[in-house]
Write a protein of this length. Sequence first.
Length: 591
Amino acid sequence: IFFRGTMSDLRVRNSTAPSDVAKRYADNVRLLGADSFAAVRKAKLLVVGAGGIGCELLKILVLTGFEDIEIIDLDTIDASNLNRQFLFRKGDVGKSKAEVAQKAAQPFNPLATIKAFHGNIKDHKFGADFFARFDLVINALDNLDARKHVNRMCVKLEKPLVESGTRGYSGQVQPIKKGVFECFDCRPRQEARQYAYCTIRSSPTRMVHCVAYAKVLYEHLFGMPDDDDDPVAFGDLRKASDAANETAAQLGVRLYNKMHHTTIEDQLQLKDKTWTTKPPQPLPLYSESAAEVTIDVRKVMKAEGQANVFVDSFAKLMAREKVSFDKDDDLAMHFISAVSNLRAEIYHIPMESEFNVKAIAGNIVPAIATTNAIISGTAVLEAIKILEGRLKDCRMTFCGPVAKSFRRKPTILYPSEAVGPNPKCYICNSSMNQLEIKLDTNITTLGYFVKEILQNQLSLAEPCVDGPKGGIYDHEVHQGHAKLQKPLKDVGITAEACLTVMDTLQDLEFEVTIHHINCSDPSEFVMAGDVDAKASAPQSGGAPVAAQESDDDDDVIEYHAKDVVRKRKAADVASPSAKRQKVETVDILDD
């Protein structure tokens, strides 16, 4: 936008002479007005994220006339980014996204000063003093935890924030300002979907179950498993293979036969087993195909080919160092796809291409560049309104597929009035600093309380906990400490205990009251105060929280996917009005 001519014309217009500057910005001034454009030029902005939205944002910001921009991103460029993140080129793969984006965007406007940081926004060097330097922050992040952190920093410092997100054809832009608009923590965020491990392990009914099982198996064999559970008794197989002096490929054949034939045969022999669906069909024992298998990630391979990929990828993975699963690791994805599809074949589930399995395993929606561009442009418009002080004109804007309606023209953008703060939000309402948590103090350990509740659920970066008799947990002191293994009742956290929870990095402090309830598993805790706040949170057209899927079972595996859709999870679903098309509110972005 704001540019007439070819891209090469734009890149060579580097003159900073006053007359040339006036000529460069002539269209911008005509469009925005002299006063508004003056506010744009002097504003100091922070852009958090340099991925799909971040690249578009940076380009539009410098072309609009913003001349003081700092951008931060922890990620490096992957080859899969190149089809939609247009500031990057093949030669940039492996380099810092923020640094490359800065260099690529600079020629668009030589008057702009762009500073790039390759780092984690949650690092101490990006604390309150860092945020205090900016007039406005724009979020283009790809994870919920970091977005909550930026929201809290902006709320504490009373800095306006423009939050944005995309998911396929859907997206959103949300203005945030303390005391005026709701903050990112004001409205409910969808929890990760949960599947009982027994379902995944012994009676899968959907491809998402098969992929979840494959990821568990991969972490146990080649990654960093969270526990000692051995889903295939691999230890015994390895001992037998070592005794026979077998190669890694021969061990892979042993594993294949056990997983896809012997174990299934054993399941079918169980007399007390009742099948609610068609019983599984064991695959034949491994027989190497004479033809060499060529992997086409877009096509669904037959079971015989999947078997060869299983053994081949297993042998190669055994030869390298252990590393946790990464969806962009091609070898890991070959194994995950083979395991998932072989398991699907056994349980009469339609097989999928490796491309689709990757989407499920990586929890992503194939990103669409035009959605990123639309949302980025809308975010810049909201930023300009805030800088001009036109807060009444700010809008929560949703983007979605064209609505088919005979009543009005096709629409892809749905602006709605920005909602005010939730009076029960413990982040942006300083008088509401009380949470209630219901849990079993006999079985919930201090470590679980800190990691799963304070860090994962409440997104605290460096939590500290004080009890009635003094300090209980300090982030800098107690990491890896033996007391983390103790139940809460043994460290002074009992029924009706009142705790003070602090996070120095986020400059956050609130009270937590613990209520004891009898549970069979620590994961059955209830955020009582948080639930009340969510239930009464004002919604733009209503934002129901998606129900979790779980069973009354021992082990529950969290899997951030909506059924079998090839998408990242969305935080909540909202429609601008009851009469308008429903558009999903997005909480995980294009990376």
